[in-house]
Design a protein around this ligand. Structure first.
Ligand SMILES: [Zn+2]
Length: 255
């Protein structure tokens, strides 16, 4: 049962890791995540765990959600290395437990149609979005968006994490212009002026704020605050800023 208290100017982090995919498989406890949120003013955070099985990702996100039902939103991690059990686990997490979205990472799971399409098809059927880190694989996102026009595809990091290639980011924004079911996530975007350009090209209601945290770089609070300031320093219209910092993801998740 969701118990979030909705407000127009809420800050929602749409990309938070309980467990990262870095070489140390760094984990953060729900307590550390919520303490960081409190100190920087983040109201809600989406949480998911990676570099583990789908089953374990459900357990970790569920445990976190049970501890902080008013602050955390659980996403299920899809690692469809064998189709049937993972599809059943995903369906169970979304339908019976209340998970709100499916996270997919091209670094750990191929986006080839014979592996990923059953997952996207399920998300489309159950009407939950997919947050996909496609690691720069634009043609895969294009194929997925076209094959599943009713699935909401959130492209993590505007297409590629820490991308310094302006032309590549332009191609991902172009993809979102032509495919209305593609959304963009600001986490790990370093060419921040591209976020402002994307607001003008696709509208702020298809752009969501995320930290890609927690990270101790230099500490979890400074890291999250830097990501919020990245958006605020764009000096967008107040309505666009509110959409990106929380309104858009609440709308997408129907919270
Ligand atoms: Zn991430």
């Amino acid at each position: 049962m969701l118990q979030y208290l909705w407000g127009v100017d809420m800050i929602v982090d749409a990309h938070t890791h309980l467990k990262h995919e870095d070489i140390f498989r760094t984990e953060y406890s729900p307590e550390e995540i919520v303490e960081t949120m409190d100190r920087v003013g983040i109201d809600l955070s989406v949480v998911f765990a990676m570099s583990i099985t789908t089953k374990r990702s459900i357990e970790m996100a569920l445990e976190a959600w049970r501890k902080f039902p008013n602050r955390l939103i659980p996403f299920v991690y899809a690692l469809p290395s064998y189709e049937r059990p993972v599809i059943e686990e995903l369906r169970h997490a979304i339908t019976n437990i209340g998970f709100k979205e499916v996270k997919i990472h091209a670094g750990e799971c191929t986006l080839a149609e014979y592996v990923i399409d059953p997952v996207i098809g399920l998300a489309e059927e159950l009407d939950v979005p997919c947050l996909i880190d496609c690691a720069g694989r634009r043609s895969d996102i294009k194929r997925i968006a076209e094959s599943f026009p009713n699935a909401k595809i959130i492209m993590a990091h505007f297409g590629r994490y820490l991308c310094g290639d302006e032309k590549l980011i332009d191609k991902f924004i172009d993809l979102a212009i032509t495919h209305k079911n593609i959304y963009l996530d600001t986490s790990g975007v370093v060419l921040t002026h591209k976020i402002r350009e994307a607001v003008h090209k696709i509208g702020s209601n298809r752009i969501v704020f995320g930290t890609e945290g927690p990270h101790k770089d230099p500490d979890t609070v400074s890291f999250a605050a830097r990501e919020i300031n990245k958006i605020r320093n764009l000096n967008l219209d107040p309505e666009d800023e509110e959409n990106i910092l929380g309104g858009s993801i609440l709308e997408i998740l129907r919270i």
